[in-house]
Design a protein around this ligand. Sequence first.
Ligand SMILES: [Zn+2]
Length: 367
Amino acid sequence: MIKEARLIENFLDMVKISSPSKNERAMGDYLLKVLKELGLEVSEDNAGEINGGNCGNIIGVLRAPGKKKLLFSAHMDTVVPCEKIVPVIENGVIKSDGTSVLGGDDKGGIAAIIEMLRVIKENNLDHPEIVVVFSMGEEIGLLGSKAFAIESYGIDYGFILDSSGKPGKIITKAPSAARGKITIIGKPAHAGISPESGINALTVAAHAITKIKLGRVDVETTSNIGIVNGGQATNIVMPSVELDYEARSLSNEKLDNLLAETFKIFEDVCKEFGAKLENTVQVEYPGFALNDDEKIVEIVKNACERAEIKSETASSGGGSDTNIYNSKGVPSVNLAVGMTKVHTLEEHIEIKDLVNLSKILVEIIKG
Ligand SMILES: [Zn+2]
């Protein structure tokens, strides 16, 4: 049923369309046209306007009154460099010419969704109601999915196609994450003449850092200071220091506790030294955890079995639109696309994997 040549042609067409985050217009126009040709009710929401981008989320609905409603989603934006992508095929593998990413993240997911729709139409397959969402701004903070009014579509289950790994891998758990700046404001003074009248912000930070939890906090939780910025000159007591901090956990509760503990330590140490604290760290997206015996997992596992593709559930270390849809009450999983070494110039994807992913989607529809 899957037509490999058509699938690959569509994928290559799409990776050649440049679509950095907030600049997805050309990609959005292409997809509006494709979905319309396939007979879907198409629309574009205001996610672009809200987020200062030039394209909203592209939405297509294939009606099936009275039936289950399934969401299929992948994101339109790609990380840079993606201005002029020249795809190269070698031994069944699609890669870039080495000067850009490939953009298989996430156009591999989009290609599989479009192929699934083509197979449905061509073979007149019985199908549930299908809502397709191609989101904008995923790579820079899940902007599109956050803005998408999923609640107005009454969706039963969501299938997001945006994980690395071989098709058949089902991401059922992903962390919540918090990010932001912790700034310690001390007091400047001449380091040679009157150091005692200053408060060295770095000294304060150092005291706090020896007390907070960093690195792998437990099997589900991590914590990191990734960037440190501060100071003006060697002869000035450092007046302020800025710490770029992030923390993640598969448990929302553990993340909340870790953040509370971390902030309390910074507050206490600042007080002790007479320094001030500014803190912009906040939860960027909530995590999700689905059990292996939940219906949506069963649906994908059965589909893989019928497609004769091995399936397994796994947890992810990063966030995706899946986090947002789960937090909005729609049970959703993130399915592996086959994309490899994403966000690098060596990104590639095997043709076989694009075909397998499309097969799984068609089986999800049939199930
Ligand atoms: Zn992605």
